[in-house]
Unconditional design. Structure first.
Length: 358
């Protein structure tokens, strides 16, 4: 397997990094959030998992979003939602609206993919005459302002299958802002009180799992972007900060921290690129998406800790972006399956392939 980028992939990475840096700058200056989401969609960046020539291209876009600390849930908006909708024929017009940025439909209950595999789910849907009724609460819903409505993944109470629902805003939906470690991506709890829904498409577990795989791979790539930025910030600080008349980068302990960060970032990059090639379906005896996400959850967090050490007390201040990157990493670490869950998936797969019964 080659881990070098093609000319086209290098162009994607360069273009995405420059573009997302501009978006983050405009939002920091007070630009309209929905307007910028629309701009991102019009430029084609809300459907990289569907349009770019390889999964690596989508990972490069997500990495650039992480590096720019893009204040929107990119992994969900650009990978999770489009892939979920692409598997449902009646939702093609909605897919076009969502990926163009014309409409924002937060995804609620995506955790059902994880919880459902463990035999539980926070959201349930049941038959009610010609339609359906949705009940339950979804925690940590991102981009949860009541724009047009919600895309909801719920479990059918009768068949225990996953269903995807398009739920327009209605009085039966209560949105409660929740505390988020990542101020760049506010979250909320969405409570559905017996909400009527016209249609609920049954999705095979592997179909919604496919969307979750793309979102998990993109989350790992976003964490890579954050870790890469933290490394670069630390190296620049080590060059410019002077103590005892010399740059602190001349001290061996600081050099060790910078070297360790570089090793972690570049090893994570290889894992993320492999996950991009593997996001559609596992191609070998190892699920590279779970490898990348579980490794990102530990490697990126460690890079954040080391970068904070290099910056000293400065890294804790609001004026420094260091803690903002660390907050983003912490949020992504618990999204789309944490390290423990992905390692459990890897272990279960190896046990199954080895023919071991427990």
């Amino acid at each position: 397997m080659s881990f070098s980028l093609s000319e086209e992939e290098e162009a994607i990475a360069e273009t995405a990094r420059a573009y997302f840096a501009g978006v983050s700058g405009r939002l920091a200056a007070g630009a309209d959030w929905l307007g910028e989401v629309r701009n991102v969609g019009e430029q084609g960046w809300l459907r990289p998992a569907l349009d770019l020539p390889s999964g690596v291209g989508a990972m490069l876009a997500a990495e650039a979003a992480g590096y720019a600390l893009l204040p929107m849930p990119f992994s969900e908006l650009a990978c999770g939602v489009p892939v979920a909708l692409a598997g449902w024929e009646p939702a093609q017009s909605l897919l076009d609206s969502v990926t163009s940025g014309a409409e924002v439909w937060p995804l609620a209950g995506f955790g059902a993919v994880v919880d459902g595999l463990r035999g539980r789910s926070p959201l349930s849907v049941s038959r009610a005459g010609e339609g359906w009724r949705l009940s339950g609460s979804a925690h940590s819903v991102q981009a949860a302002q009541p724009h047009h409505g919600y895309l909801v993944v719920a479990v059918d109470t009768e068949s225990s299958s996953f269903r995807l629902l398009v739920v327009p805003c209605s009085p039966g939906i209560v949105v409660q802002p929740a505390q988020s470690i990542d101020e760049g991506c506010p979250v909320a709890v969405a409570v559905f009180h017996d909400v009527p829904v016209a249609d609920a498409a049954e999705l095979p577990a592997e179909g919604i799992h496919r969307a979750a795989r793309w979102a998990a791979a993109a989350a790992a790539a976003e964490m890579l972007g954050c870790a890469s930025a933290l490394r670069d910030l630390a190296v620049e600080h080590a060059r410019s900060r002077h103590q005892f008349g010399v740059p602190i980068g001349s001290f061996q302990a600081v050099q060790h921290h910078c070297a360790d960060m570089h090793v972690l970032v570049e090893s994570l990059r290889v894992a993320v690129w492999a996950a991009g090639l593997d996001a559609e379906t596992p191609k070998g005896d190892v699920d590279n998406v779970s490898v990348a996400k579980s490794y990102a959850d530990t490697a990126a967090v460690r890079v954040g800790e080391l970068s904070l050490q290099v910056h000293g007390g400065m890294g804790f201040t609001w004026e420094s972006p260091v803690h903002r990157y660390i907050r983003r990493i912490r949020r992504l670490a618990s999204s789309f399956g944490d390290a423990r869950w992905h390692r459990e998936q890897l272990m279960a797969r190896h046990i199954h392939e080895a023919g071991i019964s427990l």
